[in-house]
Design a protein around this ligand. Sequence first.
Ligand SMILES: [Zn+2]
Length: 341
Amino acid sequence: MIIDCHGHYTTSPRQHETWRQEQIAAHKAGQSAPPRPTISDDEIRASIEGGQLKLQQERGTDLTIFSPRAAGMGHHLGDASTSEAWATACNELIYRVCTMFPRNFAGVCMLPQSPGVSPRNCIAELERCVLQYGFVGCNLNPDPSGGYWTDPPLGDPYWYPIYEKMVELDVPAMIHVSMACNPAFHTTGSHYLNGDTAAFMQLMSSQLFHDFPTLKFIIPHGGGAVPYHWGRFRGLAQAMKLPQLGEHMLNNVFFDTCVYHLPGQELLAKVIPVANILFASEMIGAVPGVDPETGFNFDDTKRYIDQLPLSPESLSSIFEGNVRRVYGRLSKQLEVQLGET
Ligand SMILES: [Zn+2]
């Protein structure tokens, strides 16, 4: 089985995003948001069958861990109440997709974060999505300000209420920023990769995994700059008198394979232990174009992994085993679905 742990609903029906614009405009005008649009099952089905499902079939993958569009989370827009209404609408759509295509999609929620607002306000939505919708994880934005980093770093007790709930529910978080509103940063070209790299260093220089030994994070986009600079991080850990980096971080932190060329995947697999690499493509996402050097889409990451000099056991760990180990609730759902118990 091949599980892609990183997919967003980038093809959601247009009226969903239109409502978001109306909601933010209403907030700015001091008015209440209009009622949410009606979205039919047929519209959802068409958006998936012509998009993610089609590519799953073409590329030979089975299941996508699916969440709302990341750049669209826009936690810096509006306030905590607009974030809550938007997260509810986005997560509900993901739930509808997962209900229509239960063998192809497993849900991950966005959280109703807002800059300067305690992550405690996200607990109810996380609980709702996991317990009522059967979601298997969440996306946690380390910078709800959208590129100004005004909230405390991820190792700060400020974030502990949401970590406590994640541990209780046995769900991991993918650490995922949203749209950059700071013009110094391009959203997917710099802010995403900066966010991944900054988050790793925040975690590394904290006591977090001492306090939460079972907390699990996925750092997307191949871990930003981290695997390429693993020696720098090891050296920094040593200078900071931290434990060896592997022992300090790799029971809790995992990297996905959203790296869009073969040399990058080779480096990832050489530097990071296989047990910490999770297959992902983020297809129909940031880089959906065709690479003229290969003739294939940049985000068709399975092709690169298939070319790595790894044993069948290692490949199986990357494609399925590791994802199931990190997303424990997904593994239990699959056991039931596939009759493994
Ligand atoms: Zn993403």
